[in-house]
Design a binder for this molecule. Structure first.
Ligand code: FIX
Ligand code: ZN
Length: 439
């Protein structure tokens, strides 16, 4: 029978699932499933309340986010050197005045502030920040964290923990009470990106390493990683790498990766997260806002995934131009898990492009997004935006599937959304669904 002669009702009736959704209802069901499924936020710079002032929250921290500082310097005549001398409160006032009073907040990061204020029922057009400050000052942190994560639809926040940050190191050394909604990550930038500047910190912690990474250095770094694994119980190890990253290479970085970090990940059955493509401090005057992006040579992924087939690699790349080849590599290596639309990519126009090509090439076998939140309340707008974009993209994907001849049920959509935003990560990190359940 010619497929074109089959009527819509006959086509639907012939489907194995009599409960297939009418095409017209698909997007609303996708929206509902996205809204009702708590997500795992696989990479943030947030901290559980026990970390005290390392955890940022409230309106002054929201406004002095480095994304907004970069935009402030474009619309203000204030030299960065003068801005850095202001108090946090004065900096927030200056940013509010320039980006929200003198200009319309139409960028992704400024709209995010508006969305957060709106979510708490705070005024979004005030000439000053007094009412917002009073609101946040009145919050008790633990209950505020619970409320914010519930508003964001996030059950688990994955932190970024630096064992060589003196302030954070002290907290871990004194013992950290784990929080059911926060998971730790062993971040290794200082060791893997600046051995020369940090090897002596390991010596101070009692590890017999040296500047040339000779002698017992590798075994001592393994011991360092083992000790910090025991303290943090991280869900993965991580490092951010420049666009120039090469592997293998005749460098201490390559030696540490191949002989210490990657074997330790196997020893503890942990993925290694590689975040590739940052060009650090292209404009140091902007401090944290001074980093940029460069296209990387992703043959490093080919070399790592092929050389270490028993390791799992969680990978995000910063350059838009690297995204398609990341998908291709993910099709070649099932020990490679692409994640997120990172940093300069976390804008609706680019998130749409990246997510559609991932679905087209990888099905549901990837992790679409992380927030990279540095300030607690950012998760509200970042995940609100992700759900809005994904509803549109997934809705379209299921409509295409229906048109191709396979009806879609709510349980199919739930299975896919759960895989994309929870179980792909849980399986990759050996977390159980109980470890990431909403409290
Ligand atoms: O290396 C990283 O984890 C980056 O995400 C950060 O360094 C960056 O400043 C950031 O927060 C981007 O969103
Ligand atoms: Zn980050």
């Amino acid at each position: 029978m010619d497929a074109r002669s089959v009527s819509e009702s006959e086509r639907t009736a012939n489907l194995p699932q009599a409960d297939a959704l009418p095409v017209s209802q698909i997007e609303s069901v996708v929206e509902d499933v996205l809204a009702s499924t708590p997500f795992v936020d696989v990479h943030t710079h947030l901290f559980s309340p026990v970390f005290g002032s390392l955890g940022l929250w409230g309106i002054d921290e929201l406004l002095t986010y480095h994304y907004l500082e970069a935009e402030f310097f474009r619309s203000s005549d204030m030299p960065p050197e003068r801005y850095w001398k202001l108090s946090k409160r004065e900096q927030a006032d200056a940013i509010w005045q320039v980006l929200f009073v003198e200009n319309t907040p139409i960028s992704e990061a400024t709209r995010g502030i508006i969305a957060v204020l709106q979510a708490f029922g705070l005024p979004t057009e005030s000439l000053d920040l007094e009412e917002a400050r009073s609101f946040f000052q009145a919050q008790q942190l633990e209950s505020h964290v619970q409320r914010v994560l519930e508003m964001a639809g996030v059950s688990t926040v994955v932190m970024t923990n630096d064992p060589l940050n003196p302030e954070e190191q002290l907290i871990w050394m004194n013992g950290v009470k784990s929080h059911p909604q926060f998971q730790a990550v062993l971040r290794l930038d200082r060791i893997l990106r600046d051995w020369g500047g940090n090897w002596q910190q390991l010596v101070k912690q009692g590890y017999a390493v040296d500047a040339q990474a000779s002698g017992r250095t590798v075994s001592e770094v393994r011991r360092f990683l083992s000790d910090w694994y025991g303290r943090m119980h991280p869900v993965y190890m991580a490092v951010s790498l420049p666009d120039t990253f090469q592997f293998p290479a005749d460098t201490i970085q390559s030696k540490m990766l191949a002989e210490a970090v990657i074997p330790s990940c196997r020893e503890f059955d942990l993925p290694l997260s590689l975040m590739i493509g940052v060009r650090l401090q292209v404009n140091p005057r902007l401090r944290l806002a001074g980093d940029a992006v460069g296209r990387a040579d992703l043959r490093v992924l080919e070399n790592l995934c092929r050389t270490f087939p028993d390791n799992r690699f969680l990978v995000s790349v910063l350059s838009r131009e690297n995204q398609h080849e990341l998908c291709v590599y993910a099709r070649k290596f099932n020990n490679l898990m692409p994640f997120g639309c990172w940093w300069f990519l976390n804008n609706p126009s680019i998130v749409e492009e990246i997510t559609r090509e991932r679905l087209e090439m990888l099905g549901a076998s990837f992790i679409p997004q992380h927030s990279d939140a540095r300030v607690l309340e950012q998760v509200i707008y970042k995940w609100q935006n992700t759900r809005t974009i994904l509803a549109r993209i997934l809705g379209n994907t299921y409509r295409l599937l229906s048109n191709d001849g396979r009806g879609v049920r709510r349980q199919d959509i739930q299975r896919d959304v759960t895989r994309l935003f929870r179980s792909n990560f849980e399986k990759w990190t050996r977390l159980s669904s109980g470890d990431t359940a909403a409290v």
